[in-house]
Design a binder for this molecule. Structure first.
Ligand SMILES: Cc1ncc(C[n+]2csc(CCOP(=O)(O)OP(=O)(O)O)c2C)c(N)n1
Ligand code: SF4
Ligand SMILES: [Mg+2]
Length: 275
């Protein structure tokens, strides 16, 4: 039973209209989400993503079975918000740390959480080789197109024309190179069982992100290889926008980074590999 389907306690039922349909809880803090305020800026997407992960940990019964690997970046304190065991890794090294966790704990569920500076710049080698090895990991890749934590510098994912503190006139391909669609690049590798990209632009899209995350987790739970979900997230502070402006701007981000499932090799070949 999911949180949204739980019947509400009898004592909380409305007395006025007994003929009304039974109430259902539509919104409730998942058990796996700790009861505390986050350090994130108002409107930041990291909090939404934490909530989706916590909901799925509850729904899939993963809380007690998981070792997560936390990144460096704005989400460095993810271990303070999601109730599982965590290991903090050096910047970019999360897939390498997670590989050690995976291999010494074959029965655990292993989650990796990384930003775009972390995954697509500082840890390019680590993510490529973990994917190439087909490590049985689930990677949550938060692409906000910028180095949020350190003051809004350009990342490999920064859009052409996008201003940042290290590209004040806007990213220009001749000087700064082109944005890297790293999830598509990883998806080419046969060790990658599942790769998808979603966006936080609106509630229905957030629901689709949850479906993608669930699929990526189930791939690991059923013995598949490497799975990754890239999530186009917002950074209102680093983008110098209001929170609503930054959400609307995600439409433009999706022009460079198309939304959808990029590869699902388990679906194509159900008995992909033993775990
Ligand atoms: C090896 C290394 N290089 C650089 C840094 C400095 N640093 C810390 S966080 C960060 C940016 C993080 O950006 P991202 O991974 O995109 O996460 P975000 O804050 O945007 O969520 C940088 C450059 C570091 N800690 N270690
Ligand atoms: S700097 Fe950006 S990514 Fe970091 S907490 Fe603030 S809004 Fe979120
Ligand atoms: Mg970032």
């Amino acid at each position: 039973m999911t949180l949204t389907e739980q019947p509400i306690a009898a004592s909380a039922q409305p007395e006025a209209n007994p003929a009304a349909a039974p109430l259902r809880i539509l919104y409730q803090r998942p058990d796996a989400l700790m009861e505390k305020s986050t350090h994130y800026c108002p409107g930041c997407g990291h909090g939404i993503i934490h909530r989706l992960i916590a909901e799925l940990f509850d729904e899939l019964g993963l809380n007690e079975k998981t070792i997560s690997v936390a990144p460096v970046g704005c989400s460095v304190f993810a271990y303070d918000y999601i109730r599982t065991d965590w290991i903090e890794s050096p910047h970019g090294r999360a897939p390498a740390v997670a590989t050690g966790v995976r291999r010494t704990n074959p029965d655990k569920f292993v989650l990796v959480y990384q930003g775009d500076g972390d995954l697509a710049a500082i840890g390019t080698a680590e993510i490529i080789h973990a994917a190439a090895r087909g490590e049985r990991l689930t990677v949550v890749f938060v692409n906000n197109g910028i180095y949020g934590m350190t003051g809004g510098q350009m990342a490999p994912t920064t859009l052409l024309g996008q201003k940042s503190t290290s590209s004040p006139l806007g990213r220009e391909s001749g000087e700064h190179g082109f944005p890297i669609p790293i999830t598509e690049m990883l998806a080419i590798l046969p060790g990658v069982t599942y790769a998808a990209r979603g966006t936080l632009i609106e509630p229905s899209a957030i629901g689709k992100v949850k479906t993608m995350l669930k699929r990526a987790m189930q791939v690991q739970m059923t013995g598949g290889g490497f799975s990754i979900v890239e999530i186009l997230s917002n950074c209102p502070v680093g983008w110098n926008m209001t929170a609503p402006e930054s959400m609307a701007h995600l439409a433009q981000v999706a022009e460079t980074y198309p939304i959808g499932v990029i590869v699902d090799r388990q679906k194509a070949a159900p008995a992909a590999r033993e775990g």
